[in-house]
Design a protein around this ligand. Structure first.
Ligand SMILES: [Zn+2]
Length: 116
């Protein structure tokens, strides 16, 4: 079965793996590959999977999957029913991603019956 945008998914997968592999040794090259794959996802029918989308920095397009490219911490604030917030900070451009932690929370893409 042919999937719409199949060749673009292959290209996005290749570029993500390349960005992840060379990202530590050559950060500029990793950012360049990240920029290209984000551009492909924006201009073609192939959209980024939520796991890929969450592991790319919005500021500099570097992959946040290796430990040397980001810092991870949990912040607990008063009045939030004692639920901490995940805070992921890119070391390159200091862009911050915040994800709430909720019990039994599942993304829309992870729920049963969702067709992507
Ligand atoms: Zn960044």
């Amino acid at each position: 079965m042919k999937v719409k945008g199949d060749e673009y998914f292959c290209r996005i997968n290749y570029l993500y793996q390349a960005a992840e592999t060379v990202g530590d040794a050559y950060p500029c090259l990793g950012k360049h590959y990240g920029k290209i794959l984000r551009t492909i996802a924006e201009k073609t029918p192939a959209k980024l999977d939520f796991t890929l989308k969450r592991s790319l920095c919005k500021g500099c397009n570097v992959t946040l999957s290796t430990g040397s490219s980001f810092t991870y911490r949990l912040r607990r604030r008063k009045g939030r029913k004692n639920r901490p917030t995940q805070i992921i900070t890119c070391k390159g451009c200091k862009t911050v991603k915040k994800f709430p932690t909720v019990d039994n929370y599942r993304l829309r893409a992870e729920r049963d019956g969702t067709i992507l």
